[in-house]
Write a protein that binds this ligand. Structure first.
Ligand code: KIV
Length: 267
């Protein structure tokens, strides 16, 4: 199995959208890998999707390393991108560089960093062989500055600032940019203004790829359904039913059946 690489993403045929999805553990990494996803993002959304936090700010570098290691063990084909958690780029300097190295050592092939204010850090990382994915628009680590999860880049000034931010990120060396929760026109203008691929989430169709959180794709949290999310299955019901059947069959002694019981030959 050939691994998807950073140059392959850079040179990806623009007629075919790039598919990126999050994963946080080995079994799901295996599933998305085998389904033909291009990029696994071990996002700091692990905080909300898996760890039960209200937002991503509580996620630490140790959390990220733990989950990236698990994903790396489960995946043999996708490009793995690991999120720099809140506190890395914000503190910057040696902390950020150390965190980026820890993410790569855990098995990621690139790091993702929110915002466009750390261009020096991005240059340092890319100059030293650590590929960086940018992330603009609604950057969840800045929700307190935004005052909540709000669509960004709505007016002309914000649109122009976002195009400028994307161009600066490209100049600093990022190999692609996630654009989150912006009107489709803004995403299209950003995509047209730069030559590296853009990957949208809540950014419409005129981008070079799409990313969603795996648990949203699987409908594991049916109450969470912002406009851009599509539940591709009703995972909460499917999995809930399976556990319900397990409970029933244990209680009525249907499980374990004779096929699940070791015979005399079990050794
Ligand atoms: O952490 C994450 O999952 C992300 C995506 C929503 C882009 O950053």
């Amino acid at each position: 199995m050939k691994r998807v690489t950073v140059p392959a993403i850079l040179n990806h045929d623009r007629a075919i959208p790039i598919v990126m999805i999050t994963a946080y553990d080995a079994p799901f990494a295996r599933i998305v890998d085998q389904a033909g996803v291009d990029i696994i993002l071990v996002g700091d959304s692990v905080g909300t999707a898996v760890l039960g936090y209200a937002d991503t700010l509580a996620v630490t570098i140790d959390d990220m390393v733990h989950h990236i290691r698990a994903v790396a063990r489960g995946s043999g084909r996708c490009l793995i991108v690991g999120d720099m958690p809140f506190g890395s780029a914000q503190i910057g300097g040696a902390t950020a560089r150390k965190d980026a190295v820890a993410i790569m050592r855990a098995g990621a092939h690139a790091v993702k960093l929110e915002g466009s204010h750390r261009l020096g850090l991005i240059r340092q990382l890319t100059d030293n062989g650590i590929p960086v994915m940018g992330h603009i628009g609604l950057t969840p680590q800045s929700i307190h500055r935004f005052g909540g999860y709000k669509v960004q880049g709505r007016n002309r000034d914000d649109q122009a600032a976002m195009i400028d931010a994307a161009a600066q990120l490209e100049n600093a060396g990022v190999f692609s940019i996630v654009i989150e929760c912006v009107p489709p026109d803004t995403a299209r203008l950003v995509t047209e203004a730069i030559s590296i691929p853009t990957i949208g989430i809540g950014a419409g169709r005129d981008v070079n790829g799409q990313v969603l959180v795996l648990h949203d794709v699987l409908g594991l949290n049916p109450e969470f359904k912002p406009k851009f999310v599509k539940h591709f299955c009703n995972g909460a019901d499917i999995l809930g039913d399976a556990v319900l059947h397990y409970c029933e069959q244990v209680r009525n002694r249907q499980y374990p059946g004779s096929e699940h019981i070791y015979g005399d030959d079990r050794g």
